[in-house]
Design a binder for this molecule. Structure first.
Ligand SMILES: Cc1cn([C@H]2C[C@H](O)[C@@H](COP(=O)(O)OP(=O)(O)O[C@H]3O[C@@H](C)C(=O)[C@@H](O)[C@H]3O)O2)c(=O)[nH]c1=O
Length: 205
């Protein structure tokens, strides 16, 4: 008896511990467009099964504003789903999981209000962004609450990371806090590697 044809393999969605670019569909008509910016069931069906507990928004007045690189340590580690709702940013996620073969490597992707792209930044990654225009609003959902005692950071301009920020370090608009962080040398990460290396592909099949 001939073997039954093999079923189509399930799409190989990346696990939640991998960064991911999500571009929700927009339904355009004469008025403009409509978009579901987050649909828990749909994304769970695509392997991103997470619960958000807080929504954040920041407004940055100037092009060349850099916020980051930030993370919260356990027990309040945060996954973040980031998008620009006004303007454009270069969004960056750095692998800071101890023992990761891609430790210190990063993904950098442009997020635009015009395109509605979203970057999923998993737990175990430091996050930061640079505004590419004046007057940028960034909103993001997070999977744990703000916990100042768990806040940590890395120097955005650490030469060991070599992130190609689109602004000279001396010209970036920064918070006082973000000028105090050290680089990877001597950094003791609170995150352990979970077996999922950082791959360059960010777009879900
Ligand atoms: C992050 C955060 C800050 N705050 C307060 C603390 C402080 O007084 C003020 C500004 O905080 P910060 O300077 O930390 O804001 P900012 O530099 O924009 O911090 C953010 O940067 C990006 C890159 C991230 O990934 C976020 O998770 C967050 O760390 O807002 C909250 O009340 N809740 C929050 O969740």
């Amino acid at each position: 008896m001939p073997a039954a044809p093999a079923a189509d393999p399930a799409p190989a969605f990346p696990p939640p511990s991998h960064p991911r670019l999500i571009v929700p569909r927009r339904f355009a008509d004469r008025r403009g467009w409509f978009c579901e910016t987050w649909n828990a069931a749909r994304l769970a069906g695509q392997g991103l099964d997470v619960v958000f507990v807080q929504d954040n928004q920041s407004w940055s007045a100037r092009r060349g504003t850099i916020r980051g690189l930030h993370f919260q340590a356990p027990p309040h580690a945060q996954g973040k789903l980031v998008r620009a709702v006004r303007g454009r940013i270069l969004d960056v996620a750095v692998d800071i999981r101890r023992g990761s073969p891609t430790y210190g490597r990063f993904v950098a992707v442009e997020l635009t209000a015009a395109g509605g792209e979203q970057l999923w930044v998993p737990v175990g990654y430091a996050h930061g962004f640079c505004t590419l225009e004046d007057d940028c609003d960034v909103v993001y959902k997070v999977t744990d609450v703000y916990a100042p005692a768990c806040e940590g950071g890395l120097a955005f301009d650490d030469p060991a990371l070599a992130i190609p920020w689109p602004v000279a370090p001396g010209e970036a608009s920064l918070s006082d806090k973000d000028t105090t962080y050290g680089g990877l040398a001597g950094f003791e990460s609170p995150f352990a590697y979970d077996g999922v290396p950082l791959r360059p592909e960010l777009v879900v099949p």
